[in-house]
Design a binder for this molecule. Structure first.
Ligand SMILES: *Cc1c(COP(=O)(O)O)cnc(C)c1O
Length: 497
């Protein structure tokens, strides 16, 4: 079967998977969605003995139907290799009565590597398939982790350039160092004087700017996106939920067909949407529990049906989730609107104009698979400290948000299904918050001394990604105001009036 994609804001036009990956965002500002979600065509019994790479092929071939077997396997094998520090790629670790799916064993130690290590391969393959001759410029807004993972993925990839915008005071020390020390002649990193939502809205505006598109085209460039709105990021993320279920089965933690719950620490709604897609494909997942930090716009949405971004933006210890406009939610809205592009467009227009929209009661009924929860800064801290004391396991701040929310859900609902928590970053990436949650005394130490202490406390060796930046040279120092992003992009690409 040939699966096609259409925009969440236009019912008429369809594109192939490779075209959707190349474009990133649809011309009308919508997001690409498959016209229907495929069902898994292999059984869990077959999946349970498969490697990560084999699972990836079994899942991705159903979404990316215009890639040949050879092309797709080449992409998969080039992505999931020794860049990961474990052969299983995404290990399952039992912490107390919860299963943590550790998604941070890639090159930049956050879950973004799961998709961004394959996206450059998918994109360059898609460019070849569609006879693209222009250089592809990857424009990316980051709340901290996407930026580095995308830079690492695209550095020195022929035919591409990458420009990353991050919020100047909105990322951790390690996150910033990882980005500003990035090597590669085709990489640029810019700190903006604003927050992640400003960066993301700015990048979206550049994508929709027809005049800029024309100028760049004349200079031999075309834009694409490495943000989680790109279907080429979403599809690889479905893989690890299928893989996790199959491994739980192989390890005899569950019976075949037994339903599990999944909690995902959420920002842009990409990771949890992938879990939802896995459920639609046939993975026995009951509840999808969406965990927010104090920027709890999604918690309020699941409770009331009203999405309202008009509120204070809070800087928290889980910066990769400091987001008030969760882009990927649009794909869910479109689905629960019965794939009604017009209805979805109206709601998204309202969001853009007034910062708020409300779904109908019929739409809200279709959200019963989801459960929202949030964790305060204090609760996140207690979860890290408490888990360390009771089990010796050290988790990062984002994962702790999810761990807190999953615990609160279980206590309140008495739902005893096995719980999978998506563990999205290495604690080394947020060493200060993690170590002070274990003991305030660590706050006196400077960043790398803290990291050395974390190694002693956790018994987990310092990852390569950290050693790399310890003495690395700073290569990127550009900053710009939110309203100067366009000029900055043109300057970097050498496209001047
Ligand atoms: C990006 C990120 C998240 C949020 O994921 P979304 O797909 O944007 O919801 C959570 N935790 C970490 C560590 C991240 O980097």
């Amino acid at each position: 079967m040939n699966l096609l994609y259409k925009s969440t804001r236009n019912a008429d036009k369809t594109v192939t998977a490779s075209q959707a990956i190349l474009k990133g965002l649809a011309e009308d500002g919508g997001l690409f969605v498959p016209t229907e979600l495929p069902k898994l065509d292999v059984t869990m019994n077959e999946l349970k003995t498969m490697s990560y790479q084999e699972t990836a092929y079994a899942v991705m071939k159903q979404f990316l139907t215009d890639f040949t077997e050879e092309e797709l396997k080449h992409c998969i094998n080039s992505a999931y290799d020794s860049k990961f520090d474990t052969e299983v790629i995404a290990p399952l670790v039992k912490v107390g009565d919860t299963y943590h799916l550790e998604l941070f064993h890639g090159a930049t130690i956050a879950f973004k590597d799961m998709a961004l290590s394959i996206l450059p391969h998918l994109l360059t393959t898609a460019a070849k398939k569609n006879n693209v001759t222009k250089d592809i410029v990857i424009l990316t807004a980051t709340s901290g982790d996407t930026g580095k993972a995308a830079l690492a993925g695209f550095a020195d990839v022929p035919g591409t350039k990458i420009i990353v915008f991050y919020p100047k005071n909105g990322v951790s020390k390690v996150q910033e160092l990882q980005m500003v020390t990035q090597k590669g002649d085709n990489t640029s990193v810019v700190a903006i004087h604003g927050n992640f939502d400003n960066a993301q809205s700015g990048v979206k505006a550049l994508f929709e700017d027809k005049e800029l598109e024309k100028e760049l085209s004349e200079a031999g460039y075309q834009f694409s996106s490495a943000n989680s709105i790109n279907i080429g990021r979403l599809v690889p993320q479905v893989v690890y939920y299928v893989y996790a279920y199959a491994k739980l089965l192989e390890n005899e933690e569950i019976e075949n067909g037994e339903e599990i719950n999944v909690t995902v620490p959420t920002g842009n709604f990409g990771n949890i949407l992938a879990a939802y897609y896995a459920k639609q494909m046939g993975v026995p997942i009951a509840k999808l529990i969406c965990a927010s930090n104090e920027n709890k716009v999604l918690f309020d949405f699941f409770k009331t049906g009203k999405y309202d971004r008009n509120r204070e933006f809070v800087l928290t210890s889980s910066p990769s989730m400091d987001i008030l406009i969760s882009s990927n939610l649009e794909r869910l809205i479109y689905t629960i609107a019965g794939q009604d592009a017009k209805k979805n467009s109206e709601l998204m227009e309202a969001l853009k104009k007034d910062g708020v929209y409300e779904i109908t009661p019929e739409m809200k009924e279709k959200l019963s698979d989801f459960e929202g929860g949030y964790s305060t800064e204090e609760e996140t801290k207690e979860t890290i400290g408490g888990t360390y004391k009771s089990t010796g396991y050290v988790m990062d701040t984002h994962t702790a948000v999810a761990a807190h929310v999953s615990r609160a859900y279980r206590d309140a609902s008495k739902d005893q299904k096995k719980m999978l928590v998506a563990s999205t970053a290495s604690p080394y990436k947020f060493a200060r918050s993690v170590m002070t949650a274990i003991d305030e005394k660590y706050d006196e130490l400077e960043e790398f001394a803290l990291i050395d202490e974390l190694e002693k406390v956790s018994g987990v060796a310092i990852p390569n990604a950290i050693e790399e930046i310890r003495n690395a040279q700073i290569r990127h120092t550009k900053e710009c105001d939110v309203d100067k992003m366009k000029e900055t992009v043109k300057e970097i690409l050498g496209v001047e009036e």
